[in-house]
Unconditional design. Sequence first.
Length: 66
Amino acid sequence: MKIDLLIENIEMNLETLTGFSFHGLVGIIVALIIFSLLLFLIRYEKKTKEFFKFLKIVISVKLVTL
């Protein structure tokens, strides 16, 4: 795939997602920021679930030992 078609495809998808038209380098930067925030939120959600699972195990172990 040619790089200009890839950039145009990213711009069109971002425009569809946000409703705003960002062209060129600004569009790519904004798209990368949105994508990075999405990945951060997904990773944050996974960590909080694992943390609460760990807390349940610790609390249940403490209750059993009492």
